[in-house]
Design a protein around this ligand. Structure first.
Ligand code: FAD
Length: 467
């Protein structure tokens, strides 16, 4: 009887799982393996660890209790399991992140030393990173032409869940991890079933997505990011769920999934871009450090900047481990262009706090806002937190939901509490900086580096794009 190993990582589901189907095809029985890797545990904040623990508990149930959990460095752990069951192959969904690529190379080497093979199948993306390239075979650096090619390339249909897979039983397993106590933080329910329910619910209301997606007080976005992050859902399934839906809503939703693929492709091609400005000339931008900068960072992180839309966003992050996309852009811009702090500092904070924290989407989202990234979002476009609040939260409902000190302030006036009679309500701070002044300061810093370099412009025909 032949045995293969299916090593689960960011693909915590049974439906539409090409690596699982390949393992079942290759052998009579399959070991369902998950390795709790201390390196990844250290890099994940409590919301992600709690979500992961919930996904593993569900997977354990759905494999009839036969999920094999091991704890430690995946290099010896995976090789040990493969040796124990004498498996020729270990199947995985390919990983394209900087750490995952290095880890898989090392695991592949350890298996090969034993005469076994690591077999990557599929990817966590609609289109495998590296498959969509320019005519010259180069990775795209700008979204719009990538998106065009991505649509032409297309993706397959989701595969069915295997009926009665034969899992290897009786292997030693660590217990399913508990996950940390999140206290008052509420996260979305983990797992494949919860992800599928959310997708079904969202697909029925996708028509309104294009209009509603910019208004943080509305529940108009899919909230699928964390399910995609952990592979409780594959983007193929999301694309399939809206494939017969015509109109701008479905089109826009597909485009957002293309942004996810784009950032993964960029990170795969340029792994250094997780920590360094994609546009090298921007690395010279002066950023503030020291005790005063630390105090400003703290006020930002606690949602006490005195700018209501920024504070609402940061408090949503602290309480829900998720922030609406429009508000992610506003709070990130505030950190970089009003507080003059390094985008990497903000990105690392987000990665730690977000339930959907993902190196490619997060760090490139930050780079986009900071004007250091792939797409030509020019540095001199600076979000004004007050006008962003008035435009995208016109009635102030989002701010009132997250900032209790402002709950009694009616309508859109909530965005300028410093203009209220007697100033901001008790307990709510005055703005910690003056936006107009800091905007000028940002532009002055930008002009300094421009003296040495020229702004890179989008290529002919490229329109300015915004995720
Ligand atoms: P929807 O609006 O319903 O979009 C559908 C899906 O498309 C999302 O689930 C996501 O997978 C993808 N998507 C949407 N917008 C983007 C985008 N701009 N870039 C890449 N993919 C996108 N997304 C993450 O998944 N993890 C992160 O850590 C992350 N950090 C971000 C940090 C900043 C500063 C910014 C500006 C954006 C970040 N994003 C991140 C992208 C985006 O904000 C979230 O994907 C989105 O808000 C998740 O909510 P949703 O599932 O309701 O999105």
């Amino acid at each position: 009887m032949s045995v293969a190993v299916l090593w689960f990582r960011r693909d915590l589901r049974l439906a539409d799982h090409p690596a699982l189907l390949a393992a079942l095809d290759a052998a009579d029985e399959v070991v369902a393996l998950f390795v709790n890797d201390p390196h990844l545990q250290r890099a994940s904040g409590p919301p992600r660890l709690a979500f992961l623990a919930g996904c593993l508990a569900e997977l354990h149930d759905r494999t009839g209790g036969h999920l094999v959990l091991r704890t430690g460095d995946p290099v010896p752990e995976v090789a040990d399991v493969a040796r124990e069951v004498e498996a020729d192959q270990v199947f995985v969904t390919a990983d394209f992140g900087p750490y995952g690529t290095r880890r898989d190379a090392a695991v592949g080497k350890a298996l090969a030393a034993d005469g076994r093979r690591l077999t990557p199948v599929d990817s966590p993306y609609a289109v495998v990173p590296g498959d969509v390239t320019t005519a010259a075979g180069e990775p795209f650096r700008v979204f719009t032409p990538f998106h065009r090619r991505w649509k032409e390339h297309g993706w397959g249909l989701p595969a069915d869940e295997p009926t009665e897979p034969k899992w290897v039983t009786g292997l030693r397993s660590d217990p399913v991890p508990q996950g940390p106590d999140l206290g008052a933080i509420t996260i979305l329910p983990p797992g494949e079933r919860a992800g599928r329910d959310r997708l079904v619910d969202f697909a029925a209301r996708v028509a309104d997505y294009s209009r509603g997606r910019d208004f943080p007080a509305e529940d108009a976005t899919s909230r699928l990011s964390v399910y995609l992050k952990y592979g409780c859902l594959h983007p193929r399934q999301a694309l399939d769920a809206v494939k017969y839906r015509k109109g701008e809503g479905a089109e826009r939703f597909r485009a957002e999934l293309a942004w996810r693929d784009f950032y993964a492709s960029v990170l795969a091609a340029f792994p250094w871009s997780a920590r360094h400005a994609f546009r090298p000339e921007m690395a010279a931008m002066k950023v503030d450090t020291g005790p005063d900068a630390d105090r400003r960072f703290q006020a930002w992180a606690e949602g006490r900047t005195g700018y209501p839309i920024v504070d609402a966003g940061m408090r949503q992050l602290n309480e829900e481990a998720w922030v609406h996309n429009r508000v992610r852009m506003v709070v990130a811009s505030f950190l970089v262009k009003d507080l003059h702090l390094d985008w990497v500092r903000g990105a690392d904070h987000f990665l730690d706090r977000l339930q959907d924290g993902d190196l490619a989407s997060n760090h490139h989202g930050w780079q986009w806002v900071a004007g250091t990234g792939t797409d030509p979002a020019p540095y001199f476009r600076i979000f004004n937190p007050t006008s962003q609040g008035k435009k995208f939260d016109p009635e102030g409902d989002y701010v009132r939901r997250w900032v209790p000190e402002l709950r009694h302030v009616v309508g859109g006036t909530v965005h300028e509490p410093w203009k209220l009679k007697g100033g901001p309500p008790r307990g709510y701070p005055q703005p910690i900086v003056d936006h107009d002044e800091e905007r000028r300061e940002s532009l002055a810093r930008y002009n300094k580096i421009r003296e040495h370099t020229t702004e890179r412009r989008p290529g002919p025909g490229a329109r300015r794009s915004e995720p």
